[in-house]
Ligand binder design. Structure first.
Ligand code: ZN
Length: 341
C-alpha cells in the first residue's frame, strides 16, 4: 500500500552547507558577483539548529554538515581555532549528532593530520557504529546506518589534493602531476583557460583515490545485496548537471561510474557551489543535490533543509534559499518481483 504524505516518516535529518564563518565584515566571492556574509553566517547556523531543536514532531536523527564550516580567512588572522569553537558551540549540545564533511576551507585552516585528530573527525566522537576505510587511516570516509535498510556514506573529496598535505609528500606530488596535466596557470586556483569540463582542475577542488573508490564499491555491493537505500555525501558535486564545471570533483566521472553500477544508491548530496543545483541522473534516477551555501545567504534569509525519509522517497523541507524537494526512490527488486509496482 502506498504511504500517504501524512504518514510519519521513518526518520528525519537536517542538512546544511558552506557556513564559512569568520569574524569579518561582509566581502565578495572571487568573481565579485555574490556578497559573502562572514559574520552573520553564524546566526544563520543558529537559526537552523533552533529550528531542528524546536520541531518537536520530527526531531532529526542526525545532521549532515556538508563542509567549509569556517572560512580560510581565519587562518591568516590566527583565528582558526576560535572560529571552529564558535561554530561547534552552535551545534553542541544540539538536537542531534552532526556528521561533518571536509571541504577546501577545512584544509585552508588545518592540515589533514590536524583534521584527523579534530572535532571535525566524526569517527572519533560518534556514539554510533561507524565503519571507516579499512586500508587507509588517512582517508576520511565512513558509513553509518541510522535506520534498518538505510545507509549514509561520507566521502573524502580531497583524498587526492594539494591541500592539507606536506609539499614533500608523495600524495602532494601525485596531485600536482595530475592537475598540471590540465592546468598550465601559475596560480592553480585559476581554472584552465580552455574552459569547459576542464575547469574543475583547480587547487580548490580535489578527487577520490583508487583506494577510496574500491572501498566505496565494496560498501555498495553489500548494500545492493541487502537491498538498502544509500545516500552518499561529500563536499564536491559529481554530476555535471548539478553544478558548474568549475566546482566538480577532479575524477567525478569515476565516482559516477561506480554509483551507476550499484542499484542501492538513491541520492548524492554536496555543497561547495554556493548557488546550489539539482538534477536527476537519467540512467539511474539517482538524485544529485548541491545545497545552496549559508555564506552567500542574506542575513534576513536562511539556507538549511530538513529531510523526512519514507520507505519509497525522501522529502526535503527547505528554508530560505533552499527549495522544497521530493526525491522518489526507484522501485526496489523485491517490489518489482512481488508486483507491488
Ligand atoms: Zn568548498
Amino acid at each position: 500500500m502506498d504511504e500517504s504524505p501524512q504518514q510519519a516518516p521513518l526518520f528525519t535529518f537536517g542538512v546544511i552547507a558552506d557556513v564559512q564563518y569568520a569574524d569579518l565584515d561582509d566581502g565578495y566571492n572571487y568573481k565579485r558577483t555574490n556578497r559573502r556574509y562572514y559574520r552573520t553566517s553564524l546566526r544563520l547556523l543558529r537559526n537552523a539548529v533552533e529550528s531542528w531543536s524546536e520541531s518537536s514532531a520530527v526531531k532529526p536523527e542526525f545532521i549532515l554538515q556538508l563542509g567549509d564550516i569556517i572560512d580560510g580567512f581565519n587562518r591568516g588572522r590566527g583565528a582558526s581555532e576560535r572560529a571552529l569553537d564558535a561554530v561547534l558551540g552552535e551545534l553542541s549540545p544540539g538536537p542531534a549528532e552532526v556528521h561533518h564533511v571536509w571541504g577546501n576551507h577545512e584544509f585552508y585552516n588545518f592540515s589533514r593530520s590536524e583534521l584527523l585528530r579534530s572535532k571535525l573527525n566524526t569517527t572519533l566522537h560518534s556514539d554510533r557504529r561507524l565503519s571507516g576505510v579499512p586500508t587507509r587511516p588517512d582517508i576520511y570516509a565512513y558509513h553509518f546506518s541510522p535506520f534498518p535498510g538505510f545507509t549514509f556514506v561520507v566521502l573524502d573529496a580531497y583524498d587526492v589534493s594539494l591541500l592539507g598535505v606536506e609539499e614533500s609528500s608523495e600524495r602532494y606530488s601525485n596531485a600536482m602531476n595530475l592537475i598540471k596535466q590540465h592546468n598550465n596557470n601559475k596560480d592553480l586556483n585559476c581554472p584552465p583557460e580552455e574552459g569547459g569540463m576542464k575547469q574543475r582542475f583547480t587547487m580548490f577542488n580535489g578527487g577520490f583515490s583508487k583506494d577510496q573508490l574500491s572501498w566505496l564499491d565494496s560498501v555498495l555491493s553489500l548494500a545492493d545485496e541487502k537491498q538498502e537505500r544509500v545516500t552518499i555525501v561529500s563536499h564536491l558535486p559529481v554530476h555535471p548537471c548539478s553544478t558548474e564545471p568549475v566546482c566538480l570533483a577532479w575524477n567525478y566521472d569515476e565516482l559516477l561510474a561506480i554509483m551507476r553500477s550499484h542499484s542501492s544508491v538513491v541520492c548524492y548530496m554536496a555543497g561547495h557551489d554556493h548557488e546550489g543545483g539539482y538534477c536527476r541522473d537519467q540512467d539511474t534516477g539517482v538524485h544529485h543535490l548541491t545545497l545552496e551555501g549559508v555564506i552567500e545567504t542574506p542575513p534576513d534569509s536562511n539556507a538549511f533543509g530538513t529531510v523526512s525519509v519514507y520507505k519509497d522517497r525522501m522529502v526535503m523541507e527547505g528554508k530560505g534559499r533552499i527549495k522544497d524537494r521530493v526525491f522518489p526512490f526507484p522501485p526496489c527488486q523485491t517490489d518489482v518481483e512481488n508486483g507491488v509496482v
